[in-house]
Design a protein around this ligand. Structure first.
Ligand SMILES: NC(=O)c1ccc[n+]([C@@H]2O[C@H](COP(=O)([O-])OP(=O)(O)OC[C@H]3O[C@@H](n4cnc5c(N)ncnc54)[C@H](OP(=O)(O)O)[C@@H]3O)[C@@H](O)[C@H]2O)c1
Length: 305
């Protein structure tokens, strides 16, 4: 099997590339930085620039599946120009992949595209648990981005490529992501939740992200899938689990919502929004989670840091 990965040099991509190579899967990847073309050992890099429609179509040679992870980070300050980049890096990059494949027609043999998406497509809700069948009516910036990104990926269906969209939750990894900025204050006993701390955190260990992506490749999954562990927790319990794994106390009251809103404006939704998301569909596909519980997942991350 040969997979083309976009965004392969990022947090999820690097883990996925490493595991896929160890299973004998060949990897091509697309990078927006010419300096990174040789940065992944044993994987073959190609250059693209979605903002001006540049893409080296040799990247498609012999490829069976595309895994599309590319997207500008959402954790940098949301200025209006950066918001445009968050949107275009996902939507325009998807459109470019599609138009190149349409152009080369039968000279490729790609059967499936698996695209990253995010649980941020669901509205923030403190009670309701969302499954993949929930109707979504985007009203916030993040909901609009994810919805447009998923709609763009749907176009591959028209050229007979199976489409799978992975609505990923908060990824736990020791190389960065959500735990990066939380680990330092928590290690000093200064970990605290935000708002009232009751917001749902639908998290997933990075090993399970990789495990589900590879199972989806092997079994040619189609449709929408929530990529979250079966046991989401409140934000207070999330920080408590991190403090416990670090062997540190957890005693501070949550940081008030208003303070965050003053400091980072609408971006505060990243930590104040609540998402309780169901993993039942992935469980129904007989995926066995390596880390279904927050305490063992956090301990594994901290022990391997
Ligand atoms: N990590 C999470 O908790 C999480 C949760 C939900 C959804 N997701 C989604 O899953 C995907 C992968 O996440 P990640 O954590 O691995 O992200 P990441 O570490 O930020 O990596 C994303 C990769 O996208 C590429 N990229 C950056 N800016 C780009 C641009 N303007 N145009 C095209 N490509 C660009 C970069 O690769 P090059 O520099 O090589 O081009 C980068 O390595 C993202 O789309 C993210 O939104 C992640």
């Amino acid at each position: 099997m040969k997979i083309l990965i976009t965004g392969a040099t990022g947090l999820l991509g690097r883990s996925l590339v490493k595991t896929a190579l160890s299973k004998g899967i060949e990897i091509n990847f697309l990078t927006t930085k010419k300096s990174k073309i040789n940065c992944l050992n044993k994987a073959k890099g190609f250059y693209w620039n979605p903002s001006n429609g540049d893409l080296d179509t040799d990247c498609f040679l012999g490829v069976d599946i595309i895994i599309h992870l590319a997207g500008a980070s959402i954790s940098k300050l949301w200025t209006s120009s950066y918001k445009k980049l968050i949107f275009s890096s996902r939507v325009d990059s998807t459109r470019l992949l599609f138009s190149c494949l349409k152009q080369i027609g039968s000279r490729h043999k790609i059967k499936q595209i698996i695209s990253a998406s995010a649980v941020g497509i669901y509205p923030s809700d403190f009670e309701k648990k969302f499954s993949e069948t929930a109707k979504v009516y985007p009203s916030t910036f993040m909901e609009e981005v994810v919805n447009a990104w998923e709609n763009e990926v749907n176009s591959f269906d028209s050229i007979n490529i199976k489409v799978a969209k992975m609505r990923i939750g908060l990824v736990l990894s020791n190389y960065g992501g959500v735990l990066g900025p939380l680990k330092i204050p928590t290690a000093f006993g200064l970990g605290a939740a935000f708002g009232d701390g009751k917001q749902g955190q639908s998290w997933i260990h990075i090993s399970d992200v990789v495990g589900v992506f590879l199972k989806a490749c092997n079994e040619q999954w189609e449709g929408v899938f929530n990529l979250v562990a079966p046991n989401p927790v409140s934000q207070t319990d999330f920080i408590k689990a991190l403090a416990k794994a670090l062997n540190r106390p957890y005693f501070l009251p949550p940081i008030p919502k208003i303070l965050l809103k003053i400091l980072v404006g609408k971006m505060s939704s990243l930590v104040l929004d609540s998402h309780w998301v169901s993993a039942q569909k992935v469980i129904g596909k007989k995926y066995k989670f390596l880390y279904p519980e927050i305490n063992t997942a956090m301990k594994n991350i901290v022990d391997n840091s």
